[in-house]
Write a protein that binds this ligand. Structure first.
Ligand SMILES: Cc1cc2nc3c(=O)[nH]c(=O)nc-3n(C[C@H](O)[C@H](O)[C@H](O)COP(=O)(O)O)c2cc1C
Length: 186
């Protein structure tokens, strides 16, 4: 299994970093593409060095490089996750305006009918943003907001992050033990 992972410049870059860590631990190959603002967010929101984030991926792609394999729908992979997904990137994918590699890869994922999971992080949401997300859901994307649950009694920020990352893995049918599943209230 090979997954494309896109990191864009919304808050919550730690979600994307954690996903890369977990996929590496599970031995799942990843193609990583980060926007310019995603690089900024690593510095703003975490104590990670960008090189260490890049090192978590099997293969890294320059967001400006349209000669990358990710720019072709023929590139074989299981699907793509954009985590976190900014409203700008949501808008770009929703209108097919593929002016960077991440957007082009998402475009290809949709046109090839592969699984595209978008993890938006914005609040509150305006009508344009909501309409863009509806457009994407209608086009087959999975809209999976970065909105962790609390029923697993999180104690640390990492527990909240893992809850969202676990939801992403569930979409791809990847087994994990990141979070306790709800077994009913008895
Ligand atoms: C500190 C900071 C936090 C931000 N948080 C968000 C956010 O949570 N959601 C969002 O859609 N945009 C957020 N933005 C704005 C995006 O970074 C901006 O729209 C950018 O153009 C996104 O580009 P990209 O999608 O190519 O990464 C934030 C910007 C900064 C500087």
């Amino acid at each position: 299994m090979r997954l494309i992972v896109g990191l864009s410049g919304a808050s919550g870059i730690i979600y994307g970093i954690r996903l890369l860590e977990v996929l590496q631990d599970l031995g799942i190959e990843t193609d990583l593409v980060m926007t310019g603002m995603a690089h900024e967010m690593v510095e703003i929101e975490t104590s990670w060095k960008t090189d260490d984030v890049l090192a978590l991926a099997t293969c890294c792609h320059d967001n400006a490089d349209f000669t990358s394999v990710l720019a072709s729908g023929g590139y074989r992979n299981r699907g793509m996750v954009v985590l976190p997904c900014s409203m700008k990137t949501v808008a770009g994918i929703a209108c097919g305006f593929a002016d960077n590699l991440l957007l082009r890869a998402a475009d290809c994922t949709l046109k090839e009918r592969r699984t595209l999971v978008l993890v938006p992080r914005e609040t509150p949401l305006n009508r344009i943003q909501l309409k863009n997300m509806l457009t994407l859901a209608e086009a087959g994307a999975v809209i999976l907001p970065a909105a962790p649950g609390f029923y697993h009694r999180p104690r640390e920020i990492g527990d909240l992050v893992d809850h969202v990352v676990g939801k992403v893995l569930d979409i791809f049918g990847i087994d994990h033990h990141l979070t306790r599943r709800w077994k009913g209230h008895s």
